[in-house]
Design a protein around this ligand. Structure first.
Ligand SMILES: Cc1cc2nc3c(=O)[nH]c(=O)nc-3n(C[C@H](O)[C@H](O)[C@H](O)COP(=O)(O)O)c2cc1C
Length: 174
């Protein structure tokens, strides 16, 4: 593979250990914008991206996410930023569209020297009264369903190489 996009696709790994280093707004804004350029069915853009850096809110998200699993560990690995992707609940392709938004942002983060990890369980979290109240608190009144989130920050340790891809991943029909 031999261009920057292909290299980023190959080299990006999930990061689960973050330094306390502040993520500059200029980088964060580029990552968020990359999410907005994701393809969506009929270009409906049903996703909403919520970037959370305030500690009080991150703690609440962590507690809510852990509660879905019945755990008391921080599912966001102490990341200084949590980026949540939700979609219009009425969208028939919301989950697909929202997943592409998350994928774009993971690659953008990697390309800028940041690390990220997709974190699950936002669907359950934002189906609760507490989740809906949190959206209201953030000024979001739309009827939204959670797709996923990114834990985002500077990696605390060098990123490991990816595991080999499974041998029967690709079928070429010729
Ligand atoms: C839909 C989805 C949900 C995931 N949920 C979690 C999660 O809750 N916690 C976590 O640590 N990693 C989660 N991951 C990250 C995967 O574990 C990771 O992508 C996979 O192990 C491959 O590693 P790589 O991203 O380094 O290639 C999730 C990834 C996807 C695509």
């Amino acid at each position: 593979m031999s261009n920057e996009v292909l290299n980023a696709i190959r080299e990006r790994r999930s990061v689960r250990s973050f330094s306390t280093r502040h993520v500059e707004d200029s980088l964060l804004d580029q990552i968020l914008e990359a999410g907005t350029w994701a393809a969506s069915a009929m270009n409906r853009q049903p996703a909403k991206i919520v970037c959370v850096t305030r500690e009080e809110d991150r703690r609440q998200l962590s507690r809510m996410n852990a509660a879905v699993m019945g755990s008391d560990k921080d599912p966001y690995y102490g990341a200084p930023c949590i980026i949540i992707v939700l979609v219009d609940s009425a969208s028939a392709t919301g989950r697909e569209d929202g997943s592409l938004v998350l994928g774009n942002m993971m690659l953008a983060a990697h390309s800028l020297g940041l690390g990220s990890c997709w974190i699950n369980r936002e669907r359950e979290m934002f189906a609760t009264d507490e989740g809906k109240a949190l959206l209201k608190k953030w000024g979001i009144e739309d009827d939204l369903t959670g797709v996923g989130a990114l834990a985002l920050g500077y990696p605390a340790v060098p990123q490991a190489e990816g595991k080999p891809r499974k041998s029967d991943y690709i079928v070429k029909v010729e």
